[in-house]
Write a protein that binds this ligand. Structure first.
Ligand SMILES: *Cc1c(COP(=O)(O)O)cnc(C)c1O
Length: 417
């Protein structure tokens, strides 16, 4: 309410409706300037986002979007959450940076709470998933993370890469066993692959990796940057597998609800590595991010939120399965909780990006995971009506794409298909 009043005073917006939108000329000028002044490493969609509430966003033209991507699994509690905004303002006014030369209470409390809630004995704070993975036993600040990813597209142009990494196909235990030996120091694995196409670990896979690591005295590291903190319907996605205890878990993305923050959580086996001076991060454990993260942690561990992830995850899955039947575009729905992927059928393989654009034009933001998978990572506290509205728009977008494709296809070749 207070925020709404402030927005109205600024003469710009209210939640739910833009009362004054920018002129199309101003938006076009912003887009032009962004293209001209950013390095061309991203390909942002041609709109300028302006404000959000819950699972809805509005651009500078007043167009509304249902946000089913949550800034790539980051805004787990949606946009403009009153509690988080309040904490941000309060901590910002009190103290917002001191560096790791000094202690501050929010980060100490957060570390305490993370250790109490998990297997961890110690925590290293940083600002991103790459940094958290980098800290997980590697050196340098990000090149090792690029190397740790098996996908060659992330390696290209960055050679020479640090040595010593081996890769094995996901969910192929024989391949993994062949790579692990007594000289293996650690195995790093995502319990549900995110960018790799939303692929959950097959039942038994993580337990087998854990046994193999114990046998060879290798550390077991789970990358839960995307899958952790309630996203899968468990606090950590690896908890879907009974009795697997990692040595290290990396988290980031949703950790501070949208502020940059990451962490490496470390169990007893490795808790005393990284002695003074061996590693660091100037912003790591920033008081503002830490204060907000404490509230996020409390909320994502609550029964209510986990129940919502389970229920909305089922509803989303049901909508995607219905689309599978209606549109004929989807071959398989996979993932867990509110981390779901819709795998496109052969005829649509390679066209996920195009479908994401269709969805955006229909007022719903979804993601892709590679060229063949539509990825859904909505806020964990999404409401029924937000999810329903979003999926109605996805259905309309896919129907339009299918109709366009049918119109482009000569009748005889359509008959062949
Ligand atoms: C996003 C992501 C990362 C990298 O995180 P950044 O914050 O972009 O550095 C690492 N691992 C996984 C599984 C991710 O999803």
């Amino acid at each position: 309410m207070e925020f709404e009043a402030r927005c109205e005073r600024s003469g710009h917006l209210t939640f739910g409706r833009s009362i004054l939108k920018d002129s199309p000329e101003k938006t076009d000028a912003l887009l032009e300037s962004g293209k001209e002044h950013y390095l061309p490493n991203y390909a942002p969609a041609p709109m300028v986002l302006d404000h959000g509430k819950g699972a809805r966003l509005w651009d500078t033209q007043g167009k509304e979007y249902v946000d089913l991507g949550a800034g790539i699994s980051v805004t787990a509690l949606g946009h403009g959450d009153e509690e988080l905004v309040g904490i941000l303002a309060e901590q910002g006014a009190r103290l917002w940076h001191v560096s790791n030369l000094y202690f501050s209470e929010p980060a100490i409390r957060l570390a305490e709470e993370l250790c109490a809630a998990t297997f961890a004995e110690r925590v290293f704070f940083c600002n991103s998933g790459a940094e958290a993975n980098e800290a997980a036993g590697f050196h340098g600040r990000t090149l090792a993370t690029v190397t740790a990813t098996a996908q060659p597209k992330y390696h290209q142009g960055f050679e020479p890469l640090p040595g010593g990494f081996r890769y094995a196909d996901y969910n192929d235990m024989d391949a993994l066993e062949a790579e692990i030996g007594d000289r293996t120091c650690a195995v790093l694995v995502e319990p549900i692959q995110g960018e790799g196409g939303v692929v959950p670990a097959a039942p038994g896979f993580l337990a087998q990796i854990a046994r193999c690591c114990r046998r060879h005295q290798a550390l077991l590291i789970f990358d839960e940057v995307q899958s952790g903190l309630g996203r899968s319907g468990r606090f950590f996605a690896h908890q879907w597998e009974e009795g697997v205890v990692p040595d290290v878990v990396t988290i980031a993305k949703s950790m501070a609800g949208g502020l940059p923050m990451g962490a490496m959580l470390v169990g007893p086996e490795a808790a005393d590595t990284l002695q003074p001076g061996s590693h660091g991060s100037t912003f790591g454990g920033n008081p503002v991010a830490a204060a907000v993260a404490r509230a996020v942690l409390r909320r994502v561990r609550s029964k209510e939120l986990i129940a919502n992830v389970e229920r909305q995850g089922e509803r989303l899955r049901a909508r995607l399965l219905a689309l599978h039947n209606e549109s004929g575009m989807i071959e398989e729905v996979r993932g867990k909780g509110l981390m779901l992927g819709a795998v496109l059928r052969k005829e649509w393989a390679g066209r996920a990006g195009e479908l994401v654009d269709h969805c955006r034009r229909h007022g719903v933001l979804v993601l892709q995971a590679g060229p063949d998978v539509l990825r859904f990572l909505p806020p964990l506290n999404i409401l029924d009506e937000e999810l329903d509205e979003g999926m109605d728009r996805v259905a309309a977008a896919l129907a339009e794409a299918a109709a366009e494709a049918a119109a482009d296809t000569p009748a005889d070749s359509a008959a062949v298909r």
